[in-house]
Design a binder for this molecule. Structure first.
Ligand code: HAM
Length: 422
């Protein structure tokens, strides 16, 4: 136990961290282009926020939350997603006071007590965006286009964008009734979860992964046939914008998403080879959530993507960057006095923005040279008794093995010159 992480969590080790940084840099660059600003909210919140925000009958709230009383007896939950937290921060900090749209993005850990498997973890990382304060379908299109630009910009192929409208509190009840009527005589055949969804949230039956429930749902009435005028025109304007932007999509009337706050637009980018974990990015509009959390009625739309799933897709398509951990200079110091000279040179090189390493264990020249090679050093600087006596260091170009003696006084400038020349 002491040397094992909890099930469903992972260490991200130095040999893969460059993949995360690569992805995060792409995300930050893109968010700056689209005018989304970073927000960081606490890893844990009051449990009630997620119960109210995400919906008490969702799988996330019913089965997957890490909820515990803190030492003061308050019920605390590790965030299973970040939309509710961003809404809480928006309200608490009165970010609506600027009177215009607020566009946020976040990158961070989320926690769900899921069944761990490839692409499904108990601690996972999401990049998400939330655009709060605008009802135009143009912003739905912008949010989707950001997701599209990220995935395409990473070079990913075979990504499928599915969109749907899940209606609003005005038109959804009518559809709910139609759906209940459709499933009425199939009720006994539905899985246990779907039987309880039947009364509480029948739309979720459409999203059930159970193959028999999927079969039963074939031919179910389509929500898009029951949308009110406002939802229908919103959906058709969104489609017009996506077409105009050259973003391919398919309509999927069974796409209902797993969180209760959605209204109107729902969408998912799928990478089918990931099987049950094929949803790599999902989101939609949530025009009722801000009011549900105690604010004024405010429209909003966003998405989140699982970074582990994006990295898996990049790995499958051989699109991950290679690690570049080469250092500029490795100092080979032979003897105690030389080591003191070496740490000073290290300090000067680093303060001149050159990466520099040395050995601290007094190893042999041969072994230190090996380390210089292993670290991909462009140059080795050799200092031994002889060099100290003549106040000259040996500078060795590791590529062509050329060596030259350089006076200590000129050493830093010479190395800077040589490294920049390469
Ligand atoms: P979600 O569909 O629950 O939506 O999660 C978004 C993405 O997070 C999924 O598409 C998937 O890539 C990733 N994900 C979810 N659960 C796991 C897991 N256990 N392991 C690995 N990755 C996972 C939301 O979270 C909404 N807050 C999205 C949103 C933002 N809607 C509007 N604004």
């Amino acid at each position: 136990m002491l040397t094992t992480v909890p099930r469903g969590t992972k260490d991200i080790l130095p040999d893969t961290i460059h993949e995360w940084l690569y992805l995060e840099n792409k995300i930050r660059t893109l968010c700056a282009l689209y005018g989304f600003n970073e927000i960081r909210t606490p890893i844990f919140e009051h449990t009630e926020l997620f119960m109210r925000g995400i919906g008490e009958t969702t799988d996330v709230v019913e089965k997957e939350m890490y909820t515990f009383p803190d030492r003061g007896g308050r019920s605390i939950t590790l965030r299973p997603e970040n939309t509710a937290s961003v809404v809480r921060a928006y309200l608490q900090n009165k970010l609506y006071a600027n009177g215009s749209i607020n566009k946020f993005f976040y990158i961070g850990s989320m926690f769900r007590y899921d069944k761990p498997q490839a692409g499904r973890y108990r601690e996972f990382h999401q990049f998400g965006v939330e655009a709060i304060g605008e009802q135009s379908p143009l912003i739905d299109a912008e949010v989707i286009s950001l997701g599209d630009a990220l995935l395409k910009g990473l070079g990913l192929k075979d990504i499928l964008l599915k969109i749907n409208s899940v209606g609003c509190p005005k038109c959804r009840p009518v559809y709910r009734e139609k759906l209940q009527a459709f499933f009425k005589d199939k009720f006994a055949e539905l899985c246990k979860d779907c039987q309880s969804r039947y009364t509480r949230n029948p739309l979720r039956i459409l999203d059930c992964k159970n193959p028999h429930c999927k079969e039963l749902a074939e031919g179910a009435p389509e929500i898009t046939d029951y949308l009110c005028d406002d939802c229908a025109s919103h959906f058709s304007e969104l489609q017009e914008s996506l077409t105009n932007l050259g973003i391919d999509f398919v309509l999927d009337s069974h796409l209902v998403r797993g969180l209760d706050y959605y209204t109107k637009t729902a969408f998912e980018f799928k990478y089918l080879p990931l099987g049950a974990q094929s949803a790599i990015l999902g989101g939609g509009r949530y025009d009722g959530l801000i009011e549900e959390c105690g604010g004024d009625s405010t429209p909003a739309v966003g998405f989140a993507t699982g970074l582990e799933r994006v990295l898996l897709a990049l790995e499958t398509q051989k699109l991950l960057p290679v690690q570049n951990s080469a250092c500029d200079v490795f100092i080979i110091a032979l003897g105690k006095k030389a080591e003191q000279a070496a740490i000073k040179i290290l300090q000067q090189l680093r303060s001149n923005n050159l990466s520099a390493l040395m050995d601290y264990a007094g190893r042999s020249m041969k072994s230190q040279m090996k380390q210089a090679n292993k670290n991909g050093a462009k140059y080795a600087v050799i200092i031994g008794d002889n060099e100290l006596a003549t106040a000259n260091a040996i500078v060795r170009n590791m590529k062509d093995s050329e060596q030259m003696a350089v006076p200590f006084a000129a050493l830093i400038d010479k190395i800077i010159f040589e490294v920049n020349k390469q």
